[in-house]
Ligand binder design. Sequence first.
Ligand code: NAP
Ligand code: G4F
Length: 383
Amino acid sequence: MSKVALITGITGQDGAYLAEYLIKKGYQVHGIKRRSSMFNTERIDHLYQDPHEVNRNLILHYGDLTDSLNLTRIIGEIQPDEIYNLAAMSHVKVSFDTPEYTANADGLGVLRILEAVRLLKLTEKTRIYQASTSELYGLVQEVPQKETTPFYPRSPYAVAKLYGYWITVNYREAYGMHASNGILFNHESPLRGETFVTRKVTRAVARIALGIQQKVYMGNLSSKRDWGHAKDYVRAMYLILQQDEPSDYVIATGITTTIRDFIRLAFQEIGLEAEFKGEGVDEIACLSAVNESVFNQKIGEAYLESIRKRIGETLVGVDPQYFRPTEVDLLLGDATKARTILSWEPRYSLLDLIQDMMLSDVKLMKKESYLKKGGYQILNYFE
Ligand code: NAP
Ligand code: G4F
């Protein structure tokens, strides 16, 4: 009998990688998907199976973390061995605009899952992974941050996730449930949502190189993040649920980098040097040099002449609309517990991550510009 997993947030970055990972391990994977006016399944289309096929290993259900009746019905029908609760309104800046909805989905949503498992008398059978976050550390009380570092959330998102973290701990202690938190630091990939900073940068850098965008506007360039690859992080989620004892784990690389340096490295990956000057809202980055052999190899000789002409021009500016009312300045994780107990190690470095994202976005943007010229091609992130 194959194990049964339920993934909430299966249409998101982590949900897609985790579904693929669990299917490869022989699981039957069920996913909860919100109804939307469009399919919104691009990230998992390569895993999709027609409902008429027998012995499917991916089954989607309509649902929402704000709807407890629906969640309880789905969990009751599926009787999952493992639940990965990844669904959330996951954008920190947007949570300042939608604080009540964020509290409902990201905070109470966790309670709904835990309580459904308890009411359905599945506490012995079903293990639960809660997608907690390094945003809990917020105004950091210690550097680096580990499992014992006190939390100080700095956004409606982080405050909602704080409730999710503690209600998971409480249900574990009160009812003996196998419920664990993964306190994951930022993790990125070619599937990352386009409005998170890394993907915004890799998309913009690709478009600038191809001559379809002039400049990109960013927010706070000085904050620092501990960035890993989502593929490494979904493996950690799986490992957390395979332990005999439930517990909470920090998952991080132990290296922190400014947004400014991430931008510099993304340009360097395709042979462009971005030189930063100025301060605060007046800070800019100009194109200072082109490494022609790298550029030709990664982008193509056809684009060289036009990028050469842009030397000295501004590629990056700052727009205060991207600043947050309260910022998290520095995140740096200490994953010693995960390394020791889970034998988890990241396999991707920051440069590997940037290379993966740039390669994918250059390919995607070449298709996009081809489409604009009247061509037709199905866009597939997984090619
Ligand atoms: P993501 O790409 O934004 O995906 C979020 C998923 O949640 C999407 O499938 C989204 O559906 C779904 N969702 C949102 N609201 C929902 C609701 N009310 N009911 C049901 N589904 C809902 O996020 P991610 O990067 O994969 O992150 C996965 C989880 O880990 C999130 O809980 C996030 O907060 C947490 N986390 C992420 C990171 C990171 O760096 N990526 C770090 C720490 C923790 P739609 O596709 O319909 O929008
Ligand atoms: O990429 P971000 O939007 O990610 P953030 O806020 O760190 O949150 C992500 O990681 C968390 C884990 O720590 C997750 F829990 C959460 O769900 C999400 O996945 O922003 C990173 C940094 C911030 O300091 C932000 O102010 O980049 C800075 N930034 C600068 N310019 C920008 C921009 N962020 C965005 N999104 N867009 C900008 O133009």
